[in-house]
Design a protein around this ligand. Sequence first.
Ligand SMILES: Nc1ncnc2c1ncn2[C@@H]1O[C@H](COP(=O)(O)OP(=O)(O)O)[C@@H](O)[C@H]1O
Ligand SMILES: N[C@@H](CCC(=O)OP(=O)(O)O)C(=O)O
Length: 359
Amino acid sequence: MKLGYKKIVVKVGSNVITQADGTLDEFRIQHLVTQLAEIKRQDIEVTLVSSGAVASGKGLMRMSDKVETVKARQMLAAVGQVKLINTYSEYLEDHSMMCAQVLVTKEDFRDRIHYLNMKNCMQTLLHNDIIPVVNENDVVSVTELMFTDNDELAGLIASMLNADALIILSNVNGIYNGDPKAEGSKVIEQISSSAANLASFIQTGKSQFGRGGMITKSTMAQKVARLGIAVHIANGKIDNVLTSLLNKEVKHTLFIPEKIKSGKKKWIAHSETAATGIVRLNDGARSVLTSGKATSLLPVGIIEVKTDFLKGDIIKIIGEDHQTIGLGIAQYGSDKARERMGLKNQKALVHYDYFYSAI
Ligand SMILES: Nc1ncnc2c1ncn2[C@@H]1O[C@H](COP(=O)(O)OP(=O)(O)O)[C@@H](O)[C@H]1O
Ligand SMILES: N[C@@H](CCC(=O)OP(=O)(O)O)C(=O)O
């Protein structure tokens, strides 16, 4: 396949595998599975992140209006995930292939040891030619514990597995330079990971069954591309979209990847919710840290240690204007950081290898 990827993560949105009446589009799933089998035959490792549990549950049961929204979502997902994974499993069997169900929550990405355990399991599945089919565990992840949507989850999985590419299948041909339905709007074929303000032409609306919408999709795509992973957004309703995309034969949006970052930096990049401490820098330190050069965070540039942290914690680094600059792992605790704040010739608070720049 022309793009030459060896390891990919494919994310399928609810709309791709749901019919207009809300039931699961088994024909579309079968067609996707046929493409996955073809890709695996080309020796490309594939992990699938599939939405659709709630949509599938809606097609299976009538829900009384009396059930409160959060509980309804939990119940629909619990029922629908069974049907979803069975459908994948049955169609994969036609190709003598197996899948594994991997249900995760945001908490699973927080602790580094836990994260590595999950990574080991996924890698073992892949090495045994099993396709992991990942979804959020909607039964236990509610409100603030939820991922923004499965695009965020797919970005985390692609980063965790050090994938070459993340392919997001939605119900549009890519990101348009205006309202996708308006005449004259065109698909933007390439977006640099540093492109400014995509939100200006992306509509806040989302598709019928989707959760996050295109704004969260593009924010995640830029972040993942900055970690060195190519992100493609394409239309999952187009026949043979995956195989055509890998052969460079279908119009879609590509977020151009930057230089590959280390596994540890990839984990730090996605760990904002795990950050304990907050450290504020002056403008000089901010420009050095975000210059793209390999520089560590030295105490001389710190103007405030806003919240406490311990050695080894993930800390959020903010600027004078309180905007996030990046995340890093602290080499010592907040007590020492306060003592050394503003002083020259001190040990770096965050070493460059453990610093992720968010800008
Ligand atoms: N500029 C844009 N280009 C493409 N799609 C857009 C744009 N602005 C808003 N959208 C909407 O984003 C939707 C896809 O996001 P979402 O509903 O989250 O899909 P999914 O279920 O695949 O995750 C599209 O159906 C489209 O209506
Ligand atoms: N975990 C949910 C998916 C939620 C979600 O993010 O949906 P989508 O925006 O269609 O990818 C489900 O399986 O229904």
